[in-house]
Design a protein around this ligand. Structure first.
Ligand code: HDD
Length: 757
């Protein structure tokens, strides 16, 4: 605990007792007219503004303008049927007399009910739960030497994007903070057509060949007999598959690590996973792997915290994303490229065509070539987020597939699934899916066709003068021009020998983690295996872990009550990866990883101020102001919503109560001084629980003046490097935000584990 003796509280004059101090509006307190709160325009938790384009028309782009054309603006308009017939009575069906039967001729009733009956569409077979936002992408410098893709040529081109983040396993209504891989699909609306980068928040995938995808998904989805569990892989069928299919182990290691429970969609790395190709105007080719590097840094939840949030706010990530954009804390990510010249294809210990392997950044550094900013929430969840259809086949000229067998199998599946999900082959005409550039071909008819085609629906034709034509002579340069490479071979069903090492990279991942990250991985495996009911499956998983690392295997085995035999302990260990035993970028919290991988920010983080009547309002305002200067949002929590009376006799607006907002929804807590306030908090179980949980979840705690007594009353360990005691509001905030920049007080983890709560 750090102490500052400069004491400010308790000296305040009472003034203007009936004035209300709002924490999020411009406000004056008492005589201190200078203490104006600038406030965020729309801080998290504030009353909703109208969504989409109406709320901030200055933020727009070509795609948003295109979408606006399909927007229904009903203000001042009559309610009508879908045929435009005006409706005078939307309360009563047409019946025979007051108490008589309803007439079948009531077309208004029938249309309304029929439409309602068909409101649901099938959810995505995987990645059903998601949230999406609009934004734009800009390249830093022309990438002409690598690719002819138009959107990567000029820094002044802003390419509109629509990004959908998702979990994989759970259904549409499942919780956000479950342990799972996160999907990260980006649709770039370029002027040469749509490019979809459909990736995840891990750089590797579970399987090597698309033919295994249905098996993987069936195994991880809820058990077939009782549809349990929802949004989780902690069950028999998943671990049965894992134990029998060791190529899954690398991605499983990532899922069991902190990466499986991200703090926010803004704080995850993203990966295109497969090796793609980039082709320049001279026809030269490079292999490339895509990365997204978040400018807010990478950060995760703790497992206990994630589980609590699943109950407290199942929409945690979705809400957080929405509120961040409303508050102007726009998610930002740099696009990174790992570029591999074609002649280097075979210089690695692994096959770069293999999607269960990453390319260590120490071997091929990630070059940051551009930035994506997400700055606009959708207008309508169903029309945009639900109906958006991604497909890895959507590549623009200058980008091409590699022979990765997983990548090769994907394009078919995505196109195919939309036909049942979106009801036919014309889903490209749904506004969110429409390219920005014009599109013309001879495809015709089908369910929900919207565009009206010309007289000739075939080619060649002489009726429409043979338009549209291939390029050239069509206006734009030809797309779909694949890189010419010689291919020769027999038709076989056989996995390449270069795909057979399943353990080196999981071991590299394990060895690259800090002690506490390793402990989390052990806990992740132990939790999941603890839910597996068939003992032989648990044993087989532990057996597989013996091939990765003996310490990992022993620690998991011990937690799930399995003994490891001397023979298992003698299994040979895999080799380092191209001489690497540690890859710093694989750890989230290691010193090097922080330097290498991210520009860490605390902007947009949230701090709770726990107050009651008699709190020093002046200190509260100073703290909030200081937090806001650093881009951190503050919420005032009290025993009940409404207002409290400060030590100075002013009314202070409260944002919410302790009951509705537990510590898991915040990044840090502050208890401002004020004798009466602190005395009230001491009698309030929810407030005490808030602080205990903050401590347990390794968060910073700020204590001013009398608040130290509350902390002592909780019998929490002291001193502690994350518990800041300082009487000067600004200093307290500065020390606390320094703690927040570390994300967690890791030094506290062992002692925190001994605390009940
Ligand atoms: Fe997939 C959806 C990511 C392999 C078949 N996938 C889907 C989404 C993401 C991924 C992010 C959600 C898109 C959205 O938000 O609408 N999938 C991946 C990654 C893979 C991968 C990173 C491997 C590197 N997927 C993969 C394979 C197959 C599929 C091998 C089938 C052969 N994926 C689908 C799908 C989905 C889908 C069934 C469900 C909904 C959809 O496509 O539109 O077709």
């Amino acid at each position: 605990m750090k102490e500052d003796t400069h004491h400010e509280s308790g000296n305040h004059k009472k003034s203007e007792p009936d004035k209300t101090v709002s924490s999020h509006r411009h406000a004056e307190i008492g005589q201190e007219a200078s203490l104006k709160l600038s406030g965020s325009t729309h801080p998290p938790g504030a009353a909703p503004m109208s969504p989409g384009i109406e709320k901030s028309p200055e933020i727009s782009n070509d795609k948003l303008r295109q979408l606006e054309k399909s927007k229904d603006v009903p203000a001042g308009e009559a309610l009508t049927t879908n045929q435009g017939i005006k409706i005078a009575d939307n309360q009563n069906s047409l019946s025979v007399g007051e108490r008589g039967a309803i007439l079948l001729e009531d077309f208004m009733l029938r249309e309304k009910i029929t439409h309602f009956d068909h409101e649901r569409i099938p959810e995505r077979v995987v990645h059903a739960r998601g949230a999406a936002v609009h934004g734009f992408f800009q390249v830093y410098k022309p990438l002409t030497h690598l690719t002819k893709a138009g959107f990567l040529q000029q820094p002044d081109i802003e390419t509109p994007v629509f990004v959908r983040f998702s979990t994989v396993q759970g259904s549409r209504g499942s919780a956000d903070t479950v342990r799972d891989i996160r999907g990260w699909a980006t649709k770039f609306y370029t002027h040469e057509g749509n490019f979809d980068l459909v990736g995840n928040n891990t750089p590797v995938f579970f399987i090597q060949d698309a033919i295994k995808f249905p098996d993987l998904v069936h195994a991880v989805k809820p058990e077939p007999h009782n549809e349990i569990p929802q949004g989780q892989s902690a069950h028999d069928t998943f671990w049965d598959f894992v134990s029998l299919q060791p190529e899954t182990l690398h991605n499983v290691m990532w899922a069991m690590s902190d990466r499986g429970i991200p703090r926010s969609y803004r704080m995850m790395e993203g990966f295109g996973i497969h090796t793609f190709k980039m082709i320049n105007a001279e026809g030269q080719c490079h292999f490339v792997r895509f990365h997204w590097k978040p400018l807010y840094g990478v950060a995760s939840l703790l497992w206990d915290e994630a589980q609590l949030i699943t109950g407290r706010d199942p929409d945690f990530h979705r809400r957080e994303l929405w509120e961040a954009i409303e508050a102007g804390d726009y998610p930002e990510y740099e696009l990174g490229l790992q570029i591999i010249p074609m002649q280097d294809e075979h210089r690695f210990d692994f096959d770069i065509l293999e999607p269960t392997k990453l390319i260590p950044e120490s071997l091929v550094p990630v070059q940051r070539v551009g930035k994506m900013t997400l700055n606009r929430n959708p207008d309508n969840y169903f029309c945009e987020t639900e109906q958006v259809a991604f497909c890895p086949a959507n590549l623009v000229p200058g980008l091409d597939f590699s022979d990765d067998p997983l990548l090769q199998g994907r394009p078919f599946s995505y196109l195919d699934t939309q036909i049942s999900r979106l009801g036919g082959p014309n889903f490209h005409e749904i506004p969110i899916n429409k390219p920005l550039c014009p599109f013309h071909n001879h495809q015709r008819d089908g369910q929900h066709r919207m565009s009206v085609s010309g007289a000739a629906n075939y080619e060649p034709n002489s009726i429409d003068n043979n338009w549209p034509r291939e390029t050239p002579p069509g206006a734009r340069e030809g797309g779909g021009s694949t890189f010419k490479q010689p291919v020769n071979g027999e038709k076989i069903r056989q996995r390449s020998g270069s795909f057979s090492d399943h353990y080196s990279q999981p071991r590299l991942f394990w060895l690259s983690q800090t002690d506490y990250e390793q402990a989390h991985i052990v806990d992740g495996f132990s939790f999941e295996l603890g839910k597996v009911q068939r003992p032989w499956i648990r044993k087989r998983v532990v057996d597989q872990l013996c091939y990765i690392d003996k310490d990992l295997a022993k620690r998991v085995a011990q937690q799930v009550g399995i003994s490891i035999s001397p023979a298992q302990l003698a299994y040979p260990l895999p080799n380092p990866v191209n001489g690497l035993t540690v890859e710093p970028s694989l750890s989230i919290y290691g010193e090097n990883a922080r330097e290498v991988a991210v520009d860490y920010r605390i902007k947009s983080r949230q701090v709770a101020l726990l107050v009651a009547d008699g709190v020093c309002g002046e200190a509260v305002i100073r703290m909030i102001r200081r937090l806001e200067q650093q881009g951190v949002h503050a919420k005032i929590l009290a025993p009940s919503v409404g207002e409290i009376t400060t030590l100075q006799g002013l009314n202070l607006e409260v944002n919410d109560s302790f009951e509705g907002n537990t510590s898991v929804l915040f990044d840090a807590a502050i208890v401002p001084t004020g004798k009466e306030s602190v005395a009230t908090l001491m009698q309030n179980g929810a407030a005490k629980y808030f602080l205990i949980q903050s401590f347990k979840h390794l968060k910073g705690i700020g204590l001013q003046g009398e608040a130290s007594a509350l902390y002592s009353a909780l019998s929490l360990p002291a001193p502690d490097e994350g518990v800041i005691v300082n009487n000067t509001p600004q200093h307290l905030v500065d020390e606390l935000t320094a703690v927040m920049k570390q994300h967690r007080v890791w030094s506290r983890e062992k002692v925190a584990a001994t605390i009940a709560g």
